[in-house]
Design a protein. Structure first.
Length: 531
C-alpha cells in the first residue's frame, strides 16, 4: 500500500527559494507532492493520508552531513573513549579498566586522546601503555584520527622497528636511537591499524543499524561517507535487505580509484538511498597532531615546524584528472593554509583544461580550517566547495590560538567564504565530533561552545545567520554530495526527508540553538523517529 502523509499546521522552512515558508507538506510514497496550505497538502496527498498535526512547530529538510565516517561512528562506542582524559595517567586508568575485561590476546582499541588537553602537550610513549595492558596489543587513535598510539606488543605484531622507514605522507616518532616511541602520524598509523582486530560482517551490520537509529534521533537523513570498500559493501548489504534508512554518498578511497574506474562507478551512480560519492584524498594532517601543512611555522613550534604536506601538486592534479575521466568528483582533506593553497592550485590547473567536464567535476576542500586571506576569493572563482565543520572551531579554538596566533582571523572563515560567493557545506567529521546538527548550527551562528565560551564568540565576525547555517546543512550539503536533484529541500518531486524541531531555530535566541531537540524525523516519506 502506498504511503500517504501530511505534515500540517507547522512553520516549514523548505529551502526552496520559490516557496520558502509553508504550513503543510503533502507526501505520497517517498516524494513530496505539495508544499503550501493545509488544504493544498491534503488535496494532493489524498483523503486516506495520515495527517500529523505539528502544533505550530518548525520543520526543516532532513539534515545532510557533508563529511562523515559511518563505520567509525558505528564502532565508536565499542572503543575505549578517551576524549575527556585530561592526562596520561587518566588514559592509563581507562585503558587498564578496559583491558581487564578482554581476553589475553585481544586488542585494546580506543579513540579520542588529545595531548592538547594534557599539562605538557607532549606526545605519549608506548611504555605508558605497556604498564597497563597486561601484554595485550593496544592501539589508540587520537581525537583527530591523524595519530595512532601503540604499545610495544602492537608494534611487535605490526613489525614496526627502528629499521622501519617512514612511509610516504607519514612519520614514525622515534627515540634518539631510532626506536619507535609508539606514536605514528598520518599514513604511518596504518602500519599498526592494519593489524588491529577486524570486525566480522555480522558485527558491522549490527553496528550500522544501531548507528542509523542514533542518527535518526538527531535528524540526520543523509551524509557523505568517507570510508572505503568495506563500508560500501556493508551498506550495500543493508540496502539489499531494505534496512538502510539513510541516504549515503559512499566515498571512494584512493586505493580503490582504479577499480571504481574499471567498473564504471561514477559520482551519483546508484539509487535513492545509496550512491557513489567522491574520491577522498589527503593534502595534509591535522591541527591537534601538529601535522597541518603551514605556509609559515606554527607559533608554538620551531622555525622549521610547518606540519606535513602529504601530497604534491603534480600528484594531486593527476588524481583529479584520473577521477574526472571516470566521472568522479574529488574531496581533498586540507586543514593548514599551505594544504588549502595546494588544493586550490591543483583545482586551478584542472579547471583550466579545455574539456567540458573540467568545469563540471565536483571539487571540494574538506575542512579548510585555515585559509590565507589571498586564497579566500579563489573558492568562488574556481567553483571549489568548502566542506566545513563549524563545531571544529569551538572545539579547537584554544589550540588554534596557541598554534596559529593572529592567523586565526581567517580560520574557520565560513562567513568570509559565503560573502565571497563560495559554496559552503556543513557537516561534523563524526566521530571526531558528535553528529548532532543543532550543536553544529549553534557553533556556526554563535562561534561559542554550548556553555557560552568565549563570551561574544570566537572571532565573531565569522558568525553566520541561522538561515545561512540551515541552508549549508541541507540544500547546499546535498549539492556537495552531487545529490541536488533529489534531496536537501522540501519541494514537489523531491524525496521526502524532514525534521520536526522542538523550537523554531529561526526565532529563538541563538544561545539556545544547541538545546533544540528533534521531535520527529521523516525519511523516505515515513516517520522513522518520534520522541
Amino acid at each position: 500500500m502506498v504511503n500517504r502523509l501530511v505534515l500540517a499546521h507547522g512553520r516549514i522552512y523548505t529551502q526552496d527559494v520559490a516557496h520558502p515558508v509553508a504550513e503543510a507538506v503533502g507526501i505520497i510514497g517517498n516524494r513530496v507532492v505539495a508544499v503550501g496550505s493545509v488544504a493544498e497538502a491534503r488535496d494532493a496527498a489524498g483523503p486516506d493520508a495520515e495527517v500529523v498535526d505539528l502544533g505550530g512547530r518548525a520543520v526543516v529538510p532532513g539534515f545532510i552531513d557533508a563529511h562523515f565516517h559511518l563505520l567509525g561512528y558505528s564502532f565508536d562506542r565499542q572503543r575505549v573513549a578517551l576524549d575527556r582524559a585530561a592526562s596520561i595517567p587518566e588514559v592509563q586508568r581507562l585503558v587498564s579498566a578496559a583491558a581487564a575485561s578482554l581476553a589475553p590476546d585481544a586488542w585494546v582499541l580506543g579513540r579520542g586522546w588529545d595531548r592538547n588537553l594534557w599539562p605538557t602537550h607532549d606526545f605519549p610513549s608506548r611504555r605508558d601503555l605497556d604498564d597497563v595492558t597486561g601484554g595485550r596489543p593496544a592501539c589508540l587513535l587520537s581525537r583527530d584520527v591523524h595519530a595512532a598510539w601503540a604499545n610495544s606488543r602492537a608494534l611487535e605484531l605490526a613489525g614496526v622497528t627502528a629499521a622501519t622507514p617512514d612511509p610516504p605522507g607519514g612519520h614514525i616518532l622515534r627515540e634518539p636511537d631510532g626506536t619507535p616511541t609508539g606514536v605514528l602520524l598520518e599514513s604511518a598509523a596504518a602500519l599498526v591499524t592494519a593489524h588491529a582486530d577486524r570486525p566480522t560482517d555480522s558485527t558491522i551490520r549490527a553496528a550500522l543499524l544501531s548507528a542509523q537509529d542514533r542518527l535518526a534521533a538527531v535528524g540526520v537523513t543523509g551524509l557523505s561517507n568517507f570510508e572505503g570498500a568495506d563500508a560500501l559493501r556493508a551498506l550495500q548489504g543493508l540496502e539489499a535487505a531494505g534496512a538502510l534508512r539513510l541516504r549515503v554518498a559512499a566515498g571512494v578511497a584512493r586505493d580503490d580509484l582504479a577499480g571504481a574506474e574499471a567498473a564504471g562507478l561514477s559520482t551519483g551512480f546508484g539509487g535513492d538511498r545509496l550512491r557513489i560519492g567522491l574520491l577522498k584524498l589527503f593534502a595534509d594532517g591535522a591541527l591537534g597532531s601538529g601535522t597541518s601543512a603551514m605556509l609559515e611555522p606554527f607559533d608554538d613550534g620551531g622555525p622549521d615546524d610547518r606540519g606535513i604536506l602529504t601530497m604534491q601538486r603534480d600528484e594531486l592534479v593527476r588524481l583529479m584528472r584520473q577521477a574526472r575521466s571516470a566521472g568522479i568528483g574529488v574531496a581533498t582533506h586540507a586543514i593548514g593554509d599551505a594544504a588549502v593553497r595546494l588544493v586550490l592550485d591543483a583545482a586551478e590547473t584542472v579547471r583550466g583544461d579545455r574539456e567540458a567536464a573540467a568545469a563540471e567535476q565536483l571539487l571540494r576542500v574538506e575542512h579548510a580550517q585555515l585559509i590565507h586571506p589571498d586564497d579566500l576569493p579563489r573558492f568562488a572563482r574556481l567553483n571549489v566547495i568548502a566542506s566545513m565543520q563549524p563545531i571544529h572551531a569551538t572545539s579547537d579554538l584554544y589550540v588554534a590560538d596557541r598554534r596559529w596566533g593572529t592567523r586565526c582571523q581567517s580560520a574557520y572563515a565560513w562567513r568570509s567564504l559565503l560573502d565571497s560567493g563560495a559554496h559552503v557545506a556543513f557537516g561534523t567529521d563524526c566521530p571526531v565530533e558528535p553528529p548532532d546538527p543543532l550543536r553544529t548550527l549553534h557553533a556556526a551562528v554563535t562561534r561559542q561552545r554550548p556553555d557560552g565560551i568565549p563570551p561574544g564568540g570566537w572571532h565573531p565576525e565569522q558568525r553566520v545567520t541561522v538561515a545561512q547555517a540551515v541552508r549549508a546543512y541541507t540544500v547546499d550539503s546535498a549539492a556537495a554530495l552531487g545529490w541536488a536533484d533529489a534531496v536537501g529541500a522540501l519541494a514537489p518531486g523531491l524525496l521526502a526527508d524532514a525534521v520536526v524541531l522542538s523550537a523554531d531555530p529561526y526565532e529563538v535566541d541563538p544561545s539556545v540553538l544547541a538545546d533544540i531537540e528533534v521531535v520527529t524525523t521523516v525519511f523516505d516519506g515515513r516517520i522513522i523517529y518520534a520522541r
